[in-house]
Design a protein around this ligand. Sequence first.
Ligand code: 0FX
Length: 240
Amino acid sequence: MKIAVVSDNIYMAHAFKNILAKQMPHVSAHYFCSTFSNPKEFNIQNVQSIDIKKYYTNLIEKFNLIFSIHCKQIFPKELVERVRCINVHPGYNPINRGWYPQVFSIINNLETGATIHEMDAELDHGNIIARKKIAIKSWDTSLSLYNKIVETELELLEKHIISIVEKTYTTITPESEGNVYLKKDFNALLHIDLQKKASYKQVINHLRALTHGEFKNAYFVDSETNKKVFVKVILEVEHE
Ligand code: 0FX
């Protein structure tokens, strides 16, 4: 079995490597990041950068199982059709396909979770190997929910990595086409129109969905200086 792992997420790449080493010490994998990342930052031996769009045929020639562990480049149709490709997705398919799923779950009141699935030519779309829902609390922000999602992705990987490598798993076909959100949909959420009328619930949901640590996401434009003013919320639930 010749395994490639393509990741643009340093934390996830290391966690995946540890799970594989623990569960299948005899199995090794070759690590790549896409053009979105700098391989030096990964601190993984022999990690290489690959432009998947241009050089995917190299992957077809050399590997027979490829994991996409938060890889930001789209896998071409020919690649997913010629090699078994598995995606670990920070959303519950088919409800949350696409970019930053927890953000859209909070805003649009959709369930969320984590999914491992076989890849096909469409985004976050193939047959599902494992998935798990996560309850969204009214005090969750994008960051607190994201942290729970990432831990759930790793829990699913721990549980299913052997069956994935050995190809002994069964799959479920997604129930519907679900929802797909793209980076442009996320960008469209960032500018807050101060004249827009909304309920407190909508406002809090919008702001907590865009509150993610140090990221400067939501903003309004100050009318005097024309400068962006970034907004985030702090939510704290009382202790019993
Ligand atoms: O690696 P990842 O967690 O995942 C993203 C997509 O959500 C996922 O669907 C795709 N399969 C994968 C390849 O890329 O993304 P990240 O590390 O860039 O961001 C993690 C979270 O940080 C994100 O869910 C929301 C938050 N964030 C990130 C950026 C760059 C922000 O709130 N603002 C930002 O500007």
